[in-house]
Design a protein around this ligand. Structure first.
Ligand code: FAD
Length: 526
């Protein structure tokens, strides 16, 4: 386009930049409309991450109010509760992921990871690594923000245990589940090679799972299903050599569940498997109060001196902050944030409106990387992250003044103007009495927990009534409904289908379940 033509267009029309961009083909989203003549410029809102918190936020944010840029190393959302199923082929990887552009088509997405954030200049340093074949190109760039949503999640923590990083699998990302699937089948194929002693076969087919939380238990349940349903078809002669060992440092499994539910999980997992023409097997064993001290290429070593030879090991023992979160905490030179760290244990301390303490109302954080100060630490779950994402998306879409430095109370600009006649304590008092126009803080609604325990059974511990006492105290005991067995399984599957991000995923997951029922799991190594 010539300058002359551009001048003519801009003279004729009220939205020169928009028209010029459109004519030049730079305009990205056909659904965006030019802003009204006197509208204030849109704020630059940057979202780090494409996980549970970010996805819920993006579903609720008003893109007429903000230019939203999403920065994340992966361009899709993943339904993490079904990663365990994907790691043995019960569902396909594609069925539990959703491109972030499908979740909100009006946002700009940059495939990169944030490496550093400077809250003083509102700048994010990013790195993008794009690989094709064996060659990778690295691009570094900076992005500025007016508002930042920090929702980068957490990483698996090894507690500094030697050898874990080198030899154990994790189950956090789609790539991890893919690796595990290949590793399981590889163990069977290696054990089936000629000239192996029985001892060698048993070593190859010993699966050690470190951590008996929901991730470790659900993976064990899925692995046992794989062995019971598909192992008997493909590797019948090898099944007597299979051992699954769940190792837990604590004295019990599935900490968030009630005792009766834990017992049911143990009963299901340690069930006997009848293999026609072979024998009755009980492949799974749960080892409690067992602390891993080191992992080598062939053994998992324990503090008590014991060692277990293994074919594949999964480390699902806990999560900790990512380096970007640690660097963000350090870059916030703020006394209150430092105090919050006594409690937040490396996560970013946020106020009850999810504003990062010391972030001056410009930075928000939610999900596994954050910790709401002065309340009991919320669990690191998808449930918390998505409720927080929805809350924040709605909050920022309204005209609240989130920069207000008023002891944590968010006051709309209108009220700040008329607030000259009202003291701070008066405003806070009016908040406490629930005055209109003051945003209520985030409140977590615990709907309960689910866990798959294998062979068509699951645990569902649902919270049905608040019960007596103070919900913020450790001793609070709400009324819980406990459902297990086949009914729990029905509920588990229904809830997981209902929680899928799109109808497409509901169809794909249902078809996967049907496919496995009819034809078994795919054991190709890809
Ligand atoms: P995440 O969902 O982890 O998202 C973080 C995002 O940030 C990712 O997109 C990541 O790529 C991106 N990111 C990372 N580093 C950077 C960076 N430097 N710059 C930019 N972006 C970055 N919870 C439940 O409630 N129920 C369950 O049944 C359940 N099952 C689970 C099973 C498994 C196997 C796992 C791993 C987790 C499970 N969880 C479950 C926990 C739940 O997945 C997490 O609590 C939830 O994902 C946290 O959401 P988030 O948005 O904080 O982080």
């Amino acid at each position: 386009i010539s300058q002359e033509r551009l001048d003519k267009l801009t003279a004729e029309r009220p939205y020169p930049i928009f028209l010029a961009e459109k004519t030049l083909g730079l305009f990205e989203s056909p659904s965006s409309l030019p802003p009204p003549m006197n509208a204030p410029p849109k704020e630059e809102l940057v979202v780090l991450g494409t996980g549970w918190g970010a996805a819920a936020f993006l579903k609720n944010i008003d893109t007429d109010k903000y230019h939203v840029t999403v920065i994340s190393p992966r361009n899709y959302f993943v339904f993490t509760p079904m990663l365990a199923g994907a790691s043995v082929g019960t569902v396909d990887f594609k069925s539990i992921t959703e491109p972030i552009r499908e979740i909100n088509s009006k946002v700009r997405y940059l495939e990169a990871a944030a490496t550093e954030i400077d809250p003083k200049t509102n700048t994010i340093s990013c790195i993008s690594i794009v690989c094709e074949g064996n060659s990778c190109e690295t691009e570094m760039f900076d992005v500025n923000y007016d508002r930042l949503l920090f929702s980068v999640g957490a990483q698996t923590t090894t507690f500094g245990t030697p050898g874990v990083e080198e030899y154990c699998n994790y189950l956090k990302q789609v790539g991890d589940a893919q690796q595990i699937k290949n590793a399981i089948v590889n163990c069977f194929e290696s054990a089936g090679l000629p000239n192996l002693t029985d001892e060698d076969k048993q070593k190859e087919l010993t699966f050690v799972i470190v951590g008996a939380g929901p991730t470790g238990i659900e993976f064990a349940a899925e692995l046992l299903d794989f062995i019971e349903e598909d192992g008997r078809r493909y590797y019948k002669d090898l099944l007597p050599f299979v051992r699954i060992k769940i190792v837990e440092a604590a004295p019990s499994i599935l900490r968030p569940f009630e005792d009766g539910m834990k017992d049911e999980a143990i009963r299901k997992l340690t069930r006997k498997i009848e293999i026609e023409g072979v024998q009755t097997l009980q492949p799974l064993e749960i080892l409690l109060n067992k602390l891993v001290s080191e992992v080598s290429a062939n053994y998992v070593y324990f503090k008590d001196g014991e060692k277990i030879p293994y074919g594949m090991a999964l480390w699902a023992a806990g999560i900790g902050p990512l380096p970007i979160t640690t660097s963000m905490v350090e870059s916030l030179d703020d006394t209150e944030q430092k105090e919050a760290q006594d409690f937040a244990r490396g996560r970013l301390g946020v106020d009850p409106w999810l504003r990062v303490i010391g972030g001056e109302g410009k930075v928000f954080a939610l999900g596994d990387c954050s910790c709401v100060s002065s309340t009991p630490m919320l669990p690191a779950t998808a449930q918390v992250a998505s409720q927080q994402g929805e809350f924040l998306g709605k909050l920022l879409s309204k005209d609240y003044c989130v920069d207000a430095k008023t002891g944590g109370v968010i006051i709309p600009p209108m009220m700040l103007d008329e607030g000259q006649s009202r003291s701070l304590s008066e405003r806070i008092a009016s908040f406490a009495t629930g005055e209109k126009n003051i945003a209520a803080p985030f409140q977590y609604l615990d709907l309960g927990i689910l866990a798959y325990t294998g062979s068509g059974s699951a645990l569902a511990q649902l919270q049905v009534a608040p019960g007596k006492g103070d919900p913020s105290s450790e001793t609070w005991n709400p009324v819980r409904l406990q459902i297990k067995g086949a009914l729990g399984f029905g509920l588990w599957r229904s809830i997981y289908l209902w929680k899928q991000t799109s109808p497409k995923n509901v169809v794909l997951v249902t078809l996967d379940w049907l496919k496995v029922k009819l034809f078994g799991r795919d054991i190709s190594i890809l």
